[in-house]
Design a binder for this molecule. Sequence first.
Ligand code: HEM
Length: 425
Amino acid sequence: MLFRSWTAVADTAGPDVDAMASGGPDAAGARPGWPDVASVVDHVGVRHLVVTRHALVRQVLADPQTYRPDNALDAVTPVPVAALRVLAGHRFRLPPTLANNAGASHPQIRAIVAEALHPSRVEAQRGWLTGLVRRRVARIGAALRAGVPVDLHAELAADLPLLALARLVELPDAPLGAVKDFARAALELFWAPLDADRQQVLAAEVGRFHRVLRDFAATGPGLAARLRAAGHGPDVVVGALFFLLVAGQETTSQFLTLLLHRLTGEPAILAGLRRGTVDVADVVEEGLRLEPPIVTWRRVAAVDTTLGATAVPAGTSIVLWLARAGRDATVVDRPDEFVPGQRGSRRHLAFGAGAHRCVGAQLARLEATVVVDELAPLLPGLTVLRPPWYPDNLTFRIPDTLLVCKEGPPVNAFGREGFPAHRHG
Ligand code: HEM
């Protein structure tokens, strides 16, 4: 959650979290040290206001005049000159297009993207997606029954969202692995605490793919062609595709793994799914509330203002703690428990709100619903051999693996013993 350093500071209520609070620690079993609005200094000395309460997060998202989205894609670790040169060598530019666009072009670009992701087009993918997931689940089931451990992230979550996105939006003809590597590099370059060497490596990776996108944007069909036809220049077309390729698949991959991991530890929910007493759509919403892949999202104050009781000078970076807002006890009855359908479950802010609310929400929900539906019979009694590991990142969870086996740990799996087994359900 947040940068690791911030959580550590908050846990000990250390000096860097400055309680310029508009209220005490929240009533949702909050750790001490996190008031409604906290002032935090990051690893490069930049001060941010972290907003933790549901009502205040909503207030910011609903007011794009006071709190602009301009900084949504800014690198939290400033990119040094050497890495900037690498990016410039690939003619890398990220103009305001979607999430970072407060200008007049936003509604039009958003409408073109929203048309490609229209609920009816998304729903039309259900049959194809169900077939694909069912075949994968059959293979996974056979492996598990044979005593072979399975990485659910690699086998199910990692590529499904990209395959689905490619059916809705024409994408450059690039190998799946190249897109995944680029997207993860972008999440690290823009949202992780980094040193200069790593930034150089990531800039080369992101720059290389940006060049592929630039070529595609000039002549590609579908969404790229529609953006061109509406009069948007090459930088905007590239920028929109760039954002979609990251936001439109990596987020959902992460969410699928997070949700499946959570469900391995929720035997009562799995039993309810099997009996038909728990609705899969409710499970997905509760998963979004408790395990959102996007933990925070940023805005910047456009004018001097006040949030709760906290003075906010113009130019302040506002970090909206979406994950924490989902556990606000004033909104949800049992904030830390997985209770599908409980009061307030669907009021999470995992997809943001207002003018920039996620346009891929329907697609993400469809993917998660189909995966949970198809995999639910296999989940009870699984042993988690290796839970996901999460790199340090301000915004994205980025789980790497979810290695499971049936019942007890396998003997000498992969020729070695001693997995840190976490038995669930
Ligand atoms: C579980 C999966 C996902 C989560 C948690 C998520 C979350 C978010 C969040 C928090 C925002 C910012 C909202 C704001 O500023 O108010 C956003 C924006 C956006 N998302 Fe998603 N998203 C997901 C999946 C997707 C998918 C599958 C697509 C497309 C295929 C997509 C496309 C977009 C776009 C285009 C925007 C920018 C909208 C705008 O600025 O007008 N997202 N998403």
